[in-house]
Design a protein around this ligand. Structure first.
Ligand SMILES: N[C@@H](CCC(=O)N[C@@H](CS)C(=O)NCC(=O)O)C(=O)O
Length: 215
């Protein structure tokens, strides 16, 4: 198994789940900024040139949610089976993680990657920060009084739990206490720590917190 990985990116979801499942995998590291994701070699693995891709069972798979679902079905663990009472909840949270991650990606582009700074749109940064706040409020409400997204830990926690460090680069953690406590529980998990130690942490953020600049 070979995981195509960028530290701090969505491939962390896959590496974390691989550690939770106790599977072996090799890592191949890429960069988000050196143009290599647009190479023919990488696009044969992931056609839109996006991280992650996982080579497994004789083929590559792209899309982090698809990879997580494939791994849970292959191993028969860490997801409710089709027909089980929490299956629909599992699928909802698995995909909700990408609703939130797309907003985070837009904020990353505006706050970090887009140059010159005058190319940024402050109204769009405000809009995306408000849209992110709706997702964070949804999670904070859901997680009040709960340990995990479902009744037990599942791959949905790897998919969504990965986002939360980034959420709090743009929203104050103090406004979302249940979500902040969830983030702390998830990032303290031994498998998460092993994944982090193996792959390196975030390579994207230089600051703890990014305010929307004044117009
Ligand atoms: N929905 C995809 C999104 C993949 C994605 O956008 N990955 C980012 C890294 S977190 C990427 O490769 N960005 C490079 C780019 O946008 O050019 C997934 O969940 O795998």
């Amino acid at each position: 198994m070979i995981l195509h990985h960028v530290p701090g990116s969505r491939s962390m979801r896959v590496l974390w789940l691989i550690e939770e499942l106790g599977l072996d995998c090799q890592l191949r590291l890429w960069s988000l900024t050196d143009g290599s994701l647009r190479s023919a070699e990488f696009r044969a693995l992931s056609p839109a040139g996006r991280i992650p891709a996982l080579e497994i069972d004789g083929r590559p798979i792209f899309e982090s949610g698809a990879i997580l679902q494939y791994l849970t079905e292959r191993e028969g663990r860490l997801a409710p089976e089709p027909g089980a009472p929490e299956r629909a909840d599992f699928l909802e949270w698995l995909h909700f993680a990408e609703t939130q991650a797309c907003i985070l990606q837009a904020l990353n582009i505006h706050h970090i990657f887009l140059r010159p700074e005058s190319a940024r749109s402050i109204p769009l940064m405000r809009l995306d920060t408000r849209r992110l706040a709706v997702t964070a409020r949804t999670l904070d409400d859901h997680l009040a009084g709960r340990q995990t997204l479902l009744s037990v830990f599942s791959a949905a926690d790897c998919m969504l739990g990965f986002n939360i460090e980034a959420v709090f680069r743009f929203l104050p953690a103090a406004d979302y206490p249940a979500l902040a406590a969830y983030r702390d529980r998830m990032t303290a998990r031994p498998a998460y720590r092993r994944a982090l130690a193996r792959a390196g942490g975030d390579a994207i953020y230089e600051r703890d917190f990014y305010e929307v600049p004044d117009a």
